[in-house]
Design a protein around this ligand. Sequence first.
Ligand SMILES: *[C@@H]1O[C@H](CO)[C@@H](O)[C@H](O)[C@H]1NC(C)=O
Length: 276
Amino acid sequence: MQTITAALLIHLSLLSCGLLAEAPPETWQEHWFEHNQVVKRVFYNNDIAVYFDDQVDPSITWMNTFITDVWLYTGRIYGTYGPYGPASRLHAIFHTGRYPGGHPSTYMSASHDNRNVIDCGGYTWKNGEGHELDTITHEISHIVEQASKNVGGSPAFNTWGDSKWAEIFIYDVYKNLGKNDHMQRVYNMWINQTDSYPRANTFWFRDWFYPIYSKYGESAVLNRFYELLAQYYPKSGNWYSRDLNMGEFIHFWSGAAGVNLKDQATLAFGWTSDYE
Ligand SMILES: *[C@@H]1O[C@H](CO)[C@@H](O)[C@H](O)[C@H]1NC(C)=O
């Protein structure tokens, strides 16, 4: 009896300091957007849990290692995500033949039961092809922007939209996981890509993120942006209280880089009195 109590106490104290994660639920009833599947847990460890709907081939396992590696790397660079210890667990849900695309949620949101979540649909997820790795990593990039430093919300989302932050994040993840072929593949995909915002023909990757990343410390400069936001940007409780305007956006990236990025911003976005 005493040993059991002692073991239980050790278990509880490990749980409370986050060294041992509780088992994630075996099934999970989706209740967000148009999702209404009961997904089944097919894998978990201390860092991630993987759930499939009934149309994903249950023999697929390649993603267990990939997601664990990305999540551990993410936790190492950008800090912890949640109150339950180092790199609080990521729940990765997969669908086949439905819900194409993906979305994230973080432990700060009740919409997904206060769990860090990536919910990815559409593909077969059979072989770990480029578009499958990119989708998974893209959704993880949103968790970084939405819960870094345990502050909720992404005040830069309106500036960079759905995928510009994701691109440099993905590039960095592949680089640091030694996935050189995928690193080169996404570089080739994005280096000449243009977007219509904040003005027509903006080369976000070529003229903004890649130069900043490669000149000012790679993952360290990316992380510093979030550190500075958490330290200085207006919050209401644990959530950011408003979006960055363009001048603030450039200011915070300059802080992260440790240099004035006005010239880089002028090249990438042009310069207006509003930005000034
Ligand atoms: C991007 O564009 C430049 C200039 O036009 C060209 O030299 C380069 O080969 C292109 N890169 C890729 C990967 O398409």
